[in-house]
Structure formats: C-alpha cells, structure tokens
Design a protein around this ligand. Structure first.
Ligand SMILES: [Zn+2]
Length: 542
C-alpha cells in the first residue's frame, strides 16, 4: 500500500499519437480545451477547497495533471487492486485542467463534505469562443453548520504513508476539501503483504499536526488473526508485534493488554470493523472487561451494529465510531467526500485538541454518518447523556431529526436496539430532506435510546465482492451514540443479551484453551482467567 500526495508526473497525453499529425501539434495544443475551475463560497465569493470529479462526453475522466492550484491524490491498495485518483481544488487560484481534444461536453461534480450541497454542472465546449480559456466558477452553499453547535467531524480510520511533516500541507487541503476537522492515521502490518503499511514519520505528539481547527494524529491498527483488529489512536509508541496470530507468532499479546497499554500512553483504543474481522474476535470480552474505549461499527463499505447493540443491552456503555478504512474502497459517487466518506461527528464544544476529542468520544457524544446529519434529543439532553427517572418510571420526550440533500429511505428510534413505532414527518426544505420524529414515550425499565437512519444506495459500492459479505453496507447510513434512560438506580440489563454474551464467551473460552497459541502455559492460564472473569461479571449482573 502506497500513496502519493504530490501531483504525478505530467503524462503528456495531449500530444498526437499518430506521427503524421505531429506537424499540427502547435495549433492543436492552442485549441485544446482547458477548463479553469474555481470553487467558491456562495456567500462570500471566497475560493474554497473542494473535491471535484469530471466526466467528458458522458464518460468519467481523470486528469493526469491538475497544476499547482489543484491537488491530485492517488490512492493505491496493491493487494486488493483498488486504485483511484482523487482531485481537489486548493482554494487558491483556478485549477487548470487540460481536457481531451475530443471533448464536446464536460460535467464537473463538486463535493465538500456532507454539509455543503453537492453541485454538478455540465458545459458545452462549443459554447466557448476560446476553448483554451473555459472558466467555470462553482459556488458552494453550506446547508448545515454543526461546528457552530460544537460538533467536529473526523475520519478516525486511515492508512496512508506520511513520511514527513511536509506531507501535512496536502493533507490539510484534502481535509478542508472534504470538510473534516480531524483525521487519524494508523500504521499496520499486512497479512498478505509482509511490510508495514501507512507508516508515519512520528507517533503521539511527534506525529500530530494542527492547523487552525484541523488535527492530524498517528497511531496503529493492531491485528491478530484470531482476536481481531483494533484501532489505537494517538499512541506515542508502536505496540509490537503489530500483526499476530500468523506467520509463527502466537495469539499474544492479548488485545485486552494492548488496550491498557494504549490508555497508559493517553491514546484511545477500540474495536475495529464492529468486531467482524478475526476468526474468534475478542470484541465482547474486551468490552465486558472494560478494556476497549469504543466500538467502530461502520466503515465505507460496512455496518455491523449487532454486537454493539447486545453489549449496550447488557449494560456495557460503549461509544460507536465510524471511519473509512481507506485505502479500502476508494471509489466514490460524485456527491461523496473521499476522506470521511464514513465519518464520526463528536461534540467537542469548540475544543480541537486530541484530548478533547477523545473525551467527547469516550462520553459517547457522537454520531456516525455516511451522509445525513443527525440530531437526537431526549428531554432536551444530547446524545451520550444520561436521563434519570424516578423508581416508578416516567415519560420522556424524544425529538429526532435527520437531514440530508441525499434522499432518505429509513428513520428509526431504537430502544435497546429495536425500532419503536413512530410517525415520521417528512419535508423537503430548500433541497434538504428533513425527517423528524417527535414522540412521548413511557419508560418503566432502564434502557438506551438512539437514532438510526438510512438513505440512497451508493453506486460506487455496487460491486460483487462486497455483496457476498455479511457485514457489507452499500447504502448511506446514520447512527447516533446511545442516550441512557435510567429508572431509579437500576442499570440497563437485558437478561437475554447478558446470557447470549455469557454463552458466546464460554464457547470462545474453548477455542482459547485448545486452539489459540501462546508462548508459554502461563499465558494460556491468564487468557482463560480473562474469560472466567468476564463470564463471572456477566452472571453477577442482576
Ligand atoms: Zn484498517
């Protein structure tokens, strides 16, 4: 896996391929269409960085060169053969794009995160008297400003090389182009490719970069073939062996200890991909024992909330997170941002350092989205809060809103993971789909509530290899963190889910007793003790 964030060498495709036409080069180049593209703020007219993509004569066109005022990023995933060139305007001067001589019709798509309207414009080359001077200004209109309400957007799951501090200049442009406040890189070791991927020039504070409200951090995705994948954000030292449970390395260290080590380094550690990857993933174990800080339930191509629901139902409060896992599935629909195509909004209340972001995530003040903006209030309190009801229970007032220029298809208020029957008021206000649920709900048993939504299918994810996967999600989704409603001093406790988790852990204990590998017997005993402690904890819940 490699990445190139600088402009690639100019491929001079514009030169005629046929030797006999070479004499005409000068005139042809002069009449060659050149698009001068500018993206600006619709309110102020100021240039703004944004992602753009092109179609020429109805066919996607990726320019080889976008000049000094554009940015062309090549995303490569060697083993999956997923390559994609992504282009941005830098928000300085117009980007000059040389178009094929055969261009008749040019469509420009511009996207800037989820809170600006995506724009598509089609122009006819024949409408310009000077095709070498086709100027196009695309004003971008913001329809949502969650930052003003204290929210910050982040992509907490990226794997690209960042060999030096100087690379950050381009990353900040891409973050601005995709309207993201923070991105979090994680190095890892490949299963198929033996080398390290997504290497960073520094970790912890050394690997961190700030520019205004924008933050970049470096960490590690630690993987074990059996225990699963975990994301360790903001750590200052790599935890070895990075990839375990294969190539002669036993299933040691335990992810449980890897998480504790992460906390010691002031990092943030959680389960990756909803615990879906790994032959005997210890996601439930690590949450029950209180070692994991979050559970990533969504990536660009994946949504796996089931285990997260079960853990919440059994009373284990664990915040959800969502990030792209780029360079996996880099293809995008024209309206989608590239970085943060799946992202997490966290309520940081105007603070933009890693520690504040980490606290917001740990408190569950988050929602995960691949498009819609979510608002979820219970008795006026925000996502992640606790509501205390008297011992006899009471009524709460739910006010849930989903907004998106991309069509919505589903909206549900979940209680302990199950949808409540609700009336949805559906409107379209100025081009934004605006769905709202207001509901009074009597509650006599402690529970958690959250908002879930779904939208249009993402065409770029309509690929066969994805459809065969049980965890695949190819439509737009939104999922808020949980709000707890506690009746009296009773904890949230679904006995069914508690028993399911206990059975699940007991089954896994067998695998970790007989099939998992360790360096020595003491490690096996310690592992089994983890399972026994977790099962005892579950059984002790009343
Ligand atoms: Zn990953």
């Amino acid at each position: 896996m490699r990445s190139i964030s600088a402009a690639t060498p100019r491929a001079n495709w514009s030169l005629p391929q046929v030797a006999g036409v070479l004499a005409l080069t000068a005139t042809l180049v002069q009449s060659q269409p050149v698009l001068k593209l500018e993206t600006t703020d619709a309110n102020t007219g100021r240039p703004l960085p944004a992602r753009f993509s092109l179609e020429v004569n109805g066919v996607p066109f990726q320019p080889d060169d976008v000049g000094p005022h554009g940015l062309r990023f090549l995303s490569l995933h060697d083993s999956k053969k997923q390559f994609r060139a992504i282009t941005y305007t830098r928000g300085t001067f117009p980007v000059e794009i040389r178009l094929p001589e055969s261009s008749r019709e040019v469509t420009v798509h511009v996207a800037k995160g989820f809170e600006f309207f995506p724009v598509s414009r089609t122009i006819q080359v024949s409408d310009y008297s000077e095709p070498s001077e086709m100027r196009l200004n695309i004003p971008l209109k913001r329809w949502s400003s969650l930052t003003l309400e204290g929210w910050a957007s982040s992509d907490p799951h990226l794997h690209y090389d960042r060999f030096s501090r100087s690379a950050n200049i381009d990353w900040f442009v891409m973050m601005a182009g995709d309207d993201l406040e923070s991105i979090h890189f994680m190095m890892l070791k490949g299963g198929k490719v033996p080398s390290e991927w997504g290497a960073q020039y520094g970790y912890g504070k050394r690997g961190e970069a700030r520019e205004g409200p924008r933050l970049i951090t470096a960490g590690e995705e630690y993987r074990d073939a059996a225990q699963g994948h975990v994301n360790l954000l903001g750590i200052h030292k790599i935890i070895p062996p990075i990839m375990a449970g294969r190539n002669g390395i036993p299933n040691y260290p335990f992810l449980h200890d890897v998480f504790l080590e992460t906390r010691k380094m002031d990092g943030l550690g959680g389960i990756a991909h909803g615990g879906a990857l790994g032959t005997q993933t210890t996601a439930a174990l690590d949450v029950v024992l209180g070692a994991a800080d979050f559970m990533e339930i969504a990536n660009t191509h994946l949504y796996v909330p089931d285990l997260w629901h079960r853990l919440l139902n059994a009373g284990f409060f664990i915040p959800p997170l969502g990030g792209t896992d780029l360079p996996n599935y880099p293809a995008r629909d024209p309206w989608q941002p590239f970085l943060g195509g799946m992202r997490t909004y966290a309520k940081v209340d105007g603070q933009h350092d890693f520690s504040s972001w980490k606290q917001a995530v740990k408190a569950g003040r988050v929602f995960v989205t691949s498009g819609p903006m979510a608002s979820f209030k219970v008795n006026g309190k925000d996502i992640g809060d606790k509501i205390a009801l008297p011992a006899g229970g009471g009524e709460v007032e739910i006010d849930a809103v989903l907004k998106s220029p991309i069509p919505l298809t589903e909206m549900e208020v979940l209680r302990n993971g199950l949808p409540l029957s609700c009336d949805i008021v559906k409107k379209n206000l100025g081009g934004v789909h605006h769905w709202r649920i207001r509901k009074k709900l009597s509650i006599n048993e402690s529970c958690w509530l959250a908002l879930h939504g779904k939208g249009s299918p993402i065409k770029a994810l309509d690929v066969d290899r994805l459809k065969q996967q049980p965890w695949a999600e190819t439509s737009v989704i939104a999922q808020t963190g949980a709000t707890r409603v506690l009746v009296g001093d009773k904890p949230i406790l679904s006995r069914e889910d508690r028993d399911w988790l206990a059975r699940h852990l007991q089954r896994q204990r067998e695998f970790y007793e007989t099939e998992a590998r360790y360096w020595n017997e003491r490690q096996r005993e310690e592992r089994l003790r983890h399972f026994d402690d977790a099962v005892r904890k579950l059984k002790g819940l009343q």
